[in-house]
Design a protein around this ligand. Sequence first.
Ligand code: SIN
Length: 316
Amino acid sequence: MSDQKIVFLGTGGTIAGKAANAFEHSRYTAAQVGVHELLASLPGWQDGSERYVVEQVAQLDSKDMGFDVWVKLAQRVAHFLAQEDVQGIVITHGTDTLEETAYFLQALLAPIKPVVLTCAMRPSNAVVPDGPQNLLDALAVAASTGSSGVTVVCAGAIYGAEDVQKIHPYRLNAFSAGDAGPIGFVEQGRLRLQRDWQRGRVASLVSELADAAWPRVEIVMSYAGADGTIVRALLKAGVKGLVVAATGNGTVHQDLEAALVLAIQQGVKVVRATRCAEGQLLPGTHDVLPAATGLTPVKARIALMLDLMQAAQTGR
Ligand code: SIN
């Protein structure tokens, strides 16, 4: 067995949730059980083994995820990635904003080593909880030679941070990578890969993050009757960036578009992402608003926030 270390960072979620009775899968309280306790319940887990470093970074329902936890998590991940004897990191997280945290860490750190987020759809005290298997699968990915980048492991599949999206509110395999498909699968602790690991594309800002002001970037949606009132209210509130969750291949209601053009004229950065569940927006030559190709609205928002922070720091 390798003497390289695997780090486990706990942040809460359903994987750490508890229900009043073991048959209850939908009414429970997330983020009740510490990551040490979750690991201790795994078959064969050796408490105190020098191979594992375990740390509780946060304990929350991921619907309440915020910038403060992101900064702390990014700092701890960056700290451990820099240790020569650390092979990889596993992060336990709620499923609801998992894709946002995964994308944030990938965009910020673009790690060569594996950073594997995992989760559960059933609370830890369910009759048949899914968290323990997901944790074991995530450990297999983090410990596997050659695995790289930020990934999400759930229900036996490995997804890239840029592609992954929660697509189901209840079932155990709640995630998809759309057209990209999963990077691979974990089968009895072994990895079967379908394609290459994901590489990063944004320079690291992590050392500056703690002091940085997070720019207000909001998502507005185009739909029947979208008239731009929300955009005008956000301009008054001092918004710095707007992502429009556009219809189809990036089309925007003409009244909303007029308000977004006004926002650009006032110095606000605006990007379009498609509200379609699958596929990518194809930019055209006559587009009025720039496109965030390949990113969902929530990920386009993170990319825009990081761009704005970088611009503020470099003065460009
Ligand atoms: C959460 O996102 O923290 C709760 C829901 C879940 O983990 O499935």
